[in-house]
Design a protein around this ligand. Structure first.
Ligand code: TRP
Length: 471
């Protein structure tokens, strides 16, 4: 029955178009900017291993669930959840999941856009040869000059939000879908070039050991939560972005194969970025845990010393901006689709409203790197002692809202939705792979998310010590 439902927003032209769009959403700053710096902050190998496990056990099954719900509902996540809840005789409160996703999307895009602004400004900095011959110190000074200047950050943030609004206004299927087809392979090639440079001129072995030799002493409960949160973040899961993209997916396209393909490409980009960056970090005596500026303080050293560095550097940041662009549009698409469906707006006005709200929230992040860099709202809690408003926004969204959203998506898809409906929508029969998926989403995913939460809050340690005292 649901296969007759059609989206008022149109459909992808093919399964390939969906793969490109979903990869465009998944691959972004999360892979190239965030993955290396949080890996650095959380000690390397063990963190990477936990992250990879989360992708396999939590990420891929949840991606399938999100695409499935989207395609069955064929509307914005809010209306999809409302429709499916009614159809499956579940509570109408499930629509709140859609609302939570819209809010998470605004919050994430608000800081995502500021960081994408850094990348935009680096297109011009690398292109002009500013970094040629510079040492790590010089590169670092250039970065702190940028982030220390709220007006410049604001200007780049504004430009990036305008770029995002323009594409969203035209509909995600026009324009960017075609660009991603060319730019994604180019990004791969450029990452290989960077890894090649790191191989020749960096501390390659030390970099690889840092990334791939797990030392479990180095990871904390909070680190495990960050690794899990990042699995959601990097695959664009838990807030409806992949759900809304799924709502434009043609009937009959394989959801399982598509999700696995997108996840593999996404993981490959992150690992390549790590392999390019850490050898440079160690070769220049830099600190792996130096935070959100990591790629902006390491890669320019390489561009400043390699042949045609200004050209490659500019190309690299252009591709990074495109990767961020194709991700940012998926962050407000759920809100825009809802405004069009329920408020009768055109895509143009809907994008402007969503964009302006996001832009305003983005001011918190702009100020976090300069005027408000000493504002530590939650310094009472040890893990947030040094957290700026930007750090808190990132923590709240990536490590709390997305996993919670994912947990609820898992519960709905495998427990509220009837087996018949999910068999029908996934279209992979009900033997072999289907039971594996259902088992993962019914038991493993929710339990894993809950355990990681309880461990991070410290409840599990508290229970263990209480039990020790008893026996
Ligand atoms: N996945 C993107 C990245 O890694 C960011 C992103 C796009 C996202 N859409 C999302 C994150 C939805 C969470 C939810 O850069």
């Amino acid at each position: 029955m649901s296969s007759e439902r059609v989206s008022i927003h149109g459909q992808w032209s093919s399964r390939l178009a969906f793969v490109l769009a979903a990869t465009g959403s998944a691959v972004g700053l999360g892979n190239i900017w965030k993955f290396p710096y949080i890996t650095g902050e959380n000690g390397g190998g063990a963190f990477v291993l936990v992250y990879l496990a989360c992708i396999a056990v939590i990420g891929i099954p949840i991606m399938m669930a999100e695409v499935m719900l989207g395609r069955r509902g064929r509307q914005s996540p809010i209306n999809t959840m409302r429709t499916l809840a009614a159809e499956e005789h579940a509570s109408k409160h499930w629509q709140w999941l859609g609302w939570a996703g819209v809010i998470a999307g605004f919050l994430i895009l608000s800081y995502y856009s500021v960081i994408a602004g850094w990348a935009l400004s680096y297109v011009f900095r690398t292109g002009s040869g500013l970094f040629t011959g510079l040492t790590a110190d010089g590169v670092q000074t250039i970065f702190t000059n940028l982030t220390g200047d709220p007006e410049r950050l604001l200007a780049w943030h504004t430009l990036f939000m305008v770029m995002t609004m323009i594409v969203v206004a035209q509909g995600v299927r026009n324009g960017l879908e075609k660009a991603v087809k060319w730019l994604m392979p180019m990004l791969f090639v450029l990452l290989f070039i960077m890894v090649g440079y790191a191989w020749n001129s960096g501390s390659f072995e030390q970099g690889l050991n840092f990334l791939f030799q797990p030392d479990f002493e180095k990871i904390t409960a909070n680190g495990i939560l960050i690794a899990m949160g990042h699995a959601f973040f990097t695959l664009s899961l838990g807030m409806g972005a992949i759900m809304v993209y799924g709502s434009y997916l043609p009937a009959g396209a394989s959801i399982a194969r598509t999700s696995i393909l997108v996840s593999l490409m996404d993981t490959a980009v992150a690992l390549l970025a790590g392999m390019a960056i850490f050898p440079i970090v160690f070769a220049n005596g830099l600190e792996p845990g130096s935070g959100p500026g990591l790629i902006f303080q390491t890669l320019p050293i390489a561009f400043g010393h390699m042949q045609y560095g200004a050209f490659f550097g500019m190309l690299f940041f252009v591709l990074l901006v495109f990767a961020a662009w194709s991700s940012s549009i998926s962050l407000i698409e759920p809100a825009v689709a809802w405004l069009v469906e329920n408020r009768g707006m055109t895509r143009g006005s809907a994008s402007i409203i969503a964009g302006v709200v996001t832009w305003l929230v983005g001011l918190l992040t702009v100020l976090s790197f300069n005027l408000w860099s000493e504002v530590k709202l939650l310094s009472y809690f040890a893990i947030f002692r040094d957290s700026t408003p930007f750090d808190l926004l990132d923590y709240l969204t990536a490590n709390i809202m997305l996993p919670l959203g994912g947990l609820l998506i898992a519960i709905f898809a495998a427990r509220k939705m009837s087996r018949a409906s999910s068999v029908d929508e996934l279209g992979m029969g009900d033997r072999f792979f289907y039971p594996v998926w259902r088992f993962l989403v019914r038991y493993i995913t929710p339990i894993a998310v809950i355990i990681v939460f309880l461990k991070a809050i410290g409840i599990i340690d508290w229970l263990v010590s209480w039990y020790d005292r008893l026996v």
